[in-house]
Design a protein around this ligand. Structure first.
Ligand code: S3P
Length: 431
């Protein structure tokens, strides 16, 4: 339990550099591990989730050394077929990205391995990766007839498939692409809407034969991957909490630095623009194949309710909790639909947000695939259940700051999953 009672009288001002991108950190380590030689990663995110990936790759025989501090690491890749059988179960902690992406690599690796995770991860759907991996020829079993972790894999002997994904998910897409690296032939994956494409970008920089044509990505099996030298930008999803806070807190002018602005991630910018708010993207540039910018956020003079297009959802999937807070502080009703995937994240985020908003006195209508939230200018102090979900805890800390109400959030340590030090930085910016 932590009571969040952060007031800001002068607004959020100055500069902040959010932590490094979680999705890119996972992929940089995994792909470097199966590349042929030594890769260097700058700004690796030392938070619980990517550290689960780092430990997993070490347990598969990969040497990873810290270099030069500040998230500098060197990964001694052993090639596609150089991983060794782990001597124990691999614990993916809370990280869906670790479990789903690594299951693609392990399906192509000729040994036995078992993946497990914490109680949240063990209740998240895994059939979405297990079924296509089985179609590729992997021998996989999992709890409840192949639905939930632990997952046991006897890898090897994969063949390419053409796979049409029922839901837009970068984790599923990346899993199949990684398995495709080991398969005979060309694997193609088509998604219903575009999800984040960091795997494709890194694979391209490694000389892989990955091709992207609209919503279809393809990868050829068996080509070796060249090592990389990669700098990880700041995470748009972590920046989003500061962005939202600055838009809502009076007197704010905050520069959020070095943020990844890959269009597959920035749906929140379109959503806030529909709500009548703008941010400025300054000094747009590219780092390691990813577009980045500094984001200048000033207090918005009047956030208004809007209907958020469900097609935007994949590009703002992790921003749903903080968007709900913006909606609660806006004038009128904001309808957020097409978000059914949020029910199977680290927690049921629709339910967790509904409960927390209700505790703060906000009115809403809950849908199976989202929330219609009535803006409220009279939020009240509340006790909030985070359900151990980092983004729920951070969203309600922003709600406390924006509304001036103190909130008592349980299990606040969960923010270490993606953003160690979050509360301290928010407090400092607000003071
Ligand atoms: C991620 C993809 C998204 C996102 C998650 C990270 C990734 O999940 O919610 O936090 O790194 O690929 P889905 O692909 O399941 O939507």
């Amino acid at each position: 339990m932590a009571i969040i009672n952060i007031r800001s009288f002068a607004g959020l001002r100055g500069e902040v550099t959010p932590p490094s991108d979680k999705s890119i950190s996972h992929r940089a380590v995994m792909l470097s591990a199966i590349a042929d030689g030594k890769s260097s990663i700058r700004n690796f995110l030392y938070a619980h989730d990517p550290v689960s990936t780092l430990k997993a790759m070490r347990s598969l025989g990969i040497t990873i050394e810290e270099e030069g501090g500040r998230g500098g690491i060197v990964v001694y890749g052993r090639g596609l077929r150089g991983l060794s059988e782990p001597s124990d179960v691999i614990d993916c902690g809370n990280s869906g990205t670790t479990m789903r992406l690594i299951s693609g690599i392990l399906s192509g690796s000729q040994f036995f391995s078992v993946l497990t995770g914490d109680s949240s991860l063990r209740s998240r759907p895994m059939a979405r990766v297990i079924e296509p991996l089985r179609q590729m020829g992997a021998k996989i079993s999992a709890r409840q007839s192949g639905k939930y972790a632990p997952i046991a894999i006897n890898g090897g002997g994969l063949k390419a498939i053409d796979f049409s994904m029922p839901v837009a998910s970068a984790q599923v897409k990346s899993c199949i692409m990684l398995a495709g690296l080991y398969a005979e032939g060309t694997t193609t994956i088509t998604e219903p809407l575009k999800s984040r494409d960091h795997t494709e970008t890194i694979l391209c920089s490694m000389g892989s034969s990955v091709k992207v044509d609209g919503l279809t990505a393809s990868v050829c099996g068996s080509g070796e991957l060249s090592p990389i030298d990669i700098t990880v930008p700041s995470d748009f999803s972590s920046a989003a909490f500061f962005m939202a806070a600055a838009l809502m807190v009076k007197g704010s002018e905050l520069l959020i630095k070095n943020v990844g602005i890959n269009p597959t991630r920035t749906g929140l910018l379109d959503a806030i623009s529909k709500m009548g708010a703008e941010v400025e993207l300054i000094d747009k540039r590219h780092v390691s194949g990813e577009p980045i910018a500094d984001i200048l956020c000033r207090t918005s003079s009047g956030l208004k309710g809007a209907s958020i297009d469900s097609d935007l959802m994949p590009s703002m999937i992790d921003e749903f909790p903080v968007l709900c807070i913006l909606a609660a502080m806006a004038d009128g009703v904001t309808e957020i639909r097409g978000a059914a995937e949020l029910r199977v994240k680290e927690s049921d985020r629709i339910k967790a947000m509904a409960e927390g908003l209700s505790a703060m006195g906000v009115e809403f209508l809950e849908h199976e695939d989202g929330l219609s939230i009535h803006g409220c200018n009279d939020m009240k102090p509340a006790r909030i259940k985070s359900y151990g979900d980092h983004r729920i805890a951070m969203a309600f800390a922003v709600a406390a700051l924006a509304s001036g109400c103190s909130v008592d959030i349980d299990d606040t340590e969960c923010v270490d999953i993606s953003f160690p030090g979050f509360f301290g930085i928010l407090k400092e910016l607000a003071s």
